[in-house]
Design a protein around this ligand. Structure first.
Ligand code: DGJ
Length: 701
């Protein structure tokens, strides 16, 4: 079935994408209007937008698809531009359109007097009920223009009523926690001005009428594929019309568009589900696995990782790495990752960033012997890098103090004792690319953890070409993307993990380049249930790095059983950062068994559908279920929280099974129909605080 249809006598386009439909129309005055964003509508010709109000623009302008600062428009603009002669009025009218492969629609708009074009692109992914859209602003006139705001786009939600916004918020060591609030009036702005996606807010906004649940009700989703400053403005623009605009943040931004140049925005991702938040998440997860993730590793399982961070911190050396690698191999680890601390002068976080050669005291013979040792134990060698950064105490900074973002004669604020390399400069970009390329070419490295541990400040680019100083917010991210794309192309077998002090740079733009992310520096297995719940609202478990670490936890001082820690971490891409040298032989054997089990079931976690059966936020018990796409296997992770008052634990009613199939529980011989398990439930049988269990269901042939 074709996704994009054009009804010429109505000047109307309908984009159908699975459950989702998006309808655009050219209004009588030539402006492009978003008639509908939501569930399927038929016949589309019946939709009309009348309505003229005193003291308000007419309704069609309130639902304008790519609104500008110009004419009678008072809402958040998608485009604000200074045209030649200091003209700050821009009005876009329909010009032409093109449909490619039945699923890509491009509509061109043009300013009423200047040769400035906006090409709006839409791509339907019917298998996932998702549409992506982005804009390209083209200056075809003879003189330069200055973009002051150029968002990816806006959507208009069905008119009327109050909307509830669900988003992901937090801080370092407490990312992606779910927040809900009813939007009553005015604007609600979610944004990052830190140069990265941010720990504080994530570019994800879900909307419902206040009545959607985990598995029922309509939910609309807007996400942004961008790893720098971003903004999402939800605004009642008049007459109960909620409009959501999203894109690169216009804060301190401007872009000098020469004659003949164009500016391409990041993608805005639109999703819709009539099966609640769970339904929306599952569509997004499938879309990420099927479309977004780097193709070469998308269908491969994620390996079990050992990471040295919470064991050795900066104190890595040839000897202790070999000792750890021996035990890691014994318990079944597949990738051994040396985290921070391996390079020249890096004994703490005060020095070394920028000097990417092995520290001669810790590795007098270079990295070679450790890599060979790791490989001889049957594991892949992985390494940590932080390419965008420099410590003032480094050879690189001493040689090139002008290579960081700064304003001449002004302080250079340090965060974690480091400054940010100005990747907007081509010489700096080249330097970073070259050492990374060399590191991977000269060493047998199969896994790279790319970290980024500070926010931007004093974002000056003293040698910038005139008028381009404020482009750094975009140019930096473009440079990171370019370096990663080219490094991936040259080293196709390497797995890349994205990290920014934990989950500070998790988004759908980064996900096109990173196979997985470090979710949070918070490795407390209980806190993780909340962080992971929020993470999976938007992002698939396949990308969700989760480690088992030592107790008491460094952050919370909490001691949880090894079993609980493993179960919590097994719900994503499993890693270990326990001090293996301190494990008793019983604990080592327990760890080995958990890893062995994980390897048997990871296809269900990594490539299955997730059902968040019971949120930890509701207290008492948390439960998460994963089901293979063919519904023949399922896992239920159950965690008890603090118990009290002699309550009996509720049965766990599962979801997503085939009602007519018979499932064996935990290879125990006990079997129940899918119908029984979904409508009556399973007695998980665990009692007491902070206990956990994984129940495995397998359909009988
Ligand atoms: C922050 C990361 O989130 C940690 O996992 C670790 O890699 C440190 N940086 C190293 O400095």
């Amino acid at each position: 079935m074709t996704s994009v249809n054009f009804i010429s006598n109505e000047k109307l386009w309908s984009i159908r994408s699975g459950e989702l439909q998006y309808i655009l129309k050219v209004a009588d005055d030539g402006s492009l209007v978003n008639l509908h964003f939501g569930g399927r509508v038929e016949p589309v010709e019946s939709i009309s937008l009348g309505g003229h109000f005193p003291f308000e623009p007419s309704l069609h302008l309130l639902r304008e698809e790519y609104s500008t600062f110009g004419g009678l428009r008072f809402m958040e603009p998608c485009l604000k531009v200074e045209l030649p002669g200091g003209v700050r009025d821009c009005v876009l009218k329909y010009e032409s359109f093109k449909i490619e492969d039945n699923n890509v629609l491009s509509i061109t708009l043009k300013d009423i007097s200047y040769e400035l074009f906006a090409d709006l692109h839409y791509r339907a992914y019917p298998a996932y009920s998702i549409i992506t859209k982005w804009a390209e602003i083209r200056n075809a006139g003879p003189q330069p223009v200055i973009l002051e705001e150029a968002l990816s786009g806006a959507v208009s939600l069905p008119r009327g009523g109050l909307w509830r916004l669900t988003f992901l918020s937090g801080h370092w060591a407490g990312e992606t926690r779910i927040v809900q609030e009813v939007l009553k009036a005015g604007k609600k702005v979610l944004e990052s001005r830190r140069g990265t996606t941010s720990h504080q807010l994530n570019p994800v906004a879900f909307f419902d009428a206040g009545d959607a649940g985990e598995e029922e009700g309509e939910v609309w989703g807007c996400l942004l594929g961008w790893s720098g400053n971003w903004k999402c403005v939800s605004e009642y623009v008049g007459h109960d019309q909620l409009r959501v605009a999203m894109g690169v943040n216009d804060f301190d931004f401007s872009w000098y568009l020469e004659s003949g140049e164009s500016f391409k925005t990041p993608k805005m991702i639109l999703a819709y589900s009539a099966s609640g938040f769970g339904g929306l998440s599952r569509s997004l997860h499938r879309f990420e696995r099927g479309v977004v993730l780097p193709r070469n590793n998308a269908t491969k399982p994620r390996p079990v990782i050992y990471n040295t961070w919470e064991t050795l911190y900066f104190n890595v050396n040839e000897e202790n790495l070999k000792q750890l690698a021996d035990i890691a191999a014994e318990i079944g680890v597949e990738v051994f990752v040396v985290d921070d601390g391996w390079f020249k002068g890096r004994n703490d976080d005060r020095a070394g960033l920028g000097d990417w050669v092995p520290d001669p005291h810790k590795f007098p013979r270079g990295l070679g012997p450790v890599i060979e040792h790791v490989k001889s134990r049957g594991m892949i060698f992985g390494i940590w890098v932080e390419p965008e950064m420099v410590n003032p105490n480094s050879d690189l900074y001493r040689r090139h103090p002008d290579w960081v973002y700064h304003f001449p004669g002004r302080p250079r604020s340090e965060m974690r004792n480091q400054l940010i390399l100005n990747l907007s400069r081509s010489d700096v970009r080249e330097y970073v690319f070259n050492w990374l390329d060399r590191l991977l070419a000269e060493n047998d490295i199969g896994f790279v953890k790319w970290d980024m541990n500070r926010s931007f400040s004093e974002p000056g680019w003293p040698d910038a070409p005139r008028g381009r100083e404020r482009e750094i917010w975009v140019r930096h991210v473009q440079a990171v993307y370019e370096i990663l794309d080219e490094i991936r192309r040259r080293h196709p077998n390497v797995i890349f993990e994205g990290c920014s002090g934990g989950g500070g740079r998790v988004d759908l733009g980064a996900m096109e380049r990173f196979d997985q992310f470090w979710t949070s520096d918070n490795t407390d297995a209980l806190d993780r249930l909340y962080i992971q719940e929020g993470y999976t609202m938007a992002y698939c478990p396949k990308t969700m790095g989760a480690w088992v670490t030592g107790v008491p936890n460094f952050l919370t001082n909490r001691t949880l059983s090894l079993e609980f820690r493993f179960h919590s971490a097994m719900m994503g891409a499993l890693g270990i950062s326990v001090n293996l040298l301190e494990l008793s032989s019983i604990e080592k054997e327990e760890a080995r068994m958990h890893i062995e089990f994980y390897k048997k079931i990871r296809h269900i976690v990594l490539d299955g559908d997730l059902y968040r059966l019971k949120s930890p936020r509701s207290g008492g018990l948390a439960a998460f279920q994963y089901v293979t796409p063919d519904k023949t296997e399922s896992l239920i992770f159950v965690f008890t929280l603090q118990q009290g008052f002699g309550r009996s634990e509720p049965l766990v009613r599962v979801r997503g099974l085939d009602p007519s199939l018979i499932y064996e529980v935990d290879s125990s011989g006990q079997s129940f129909s899918g119908l029984y398990l979904m409508n009556y439930g399973i007695d998980h049988g665990i009692r007491g605080d902070y206990k956990s269990k994984v129940i495995y269901l397998k359909a009988r042939r």
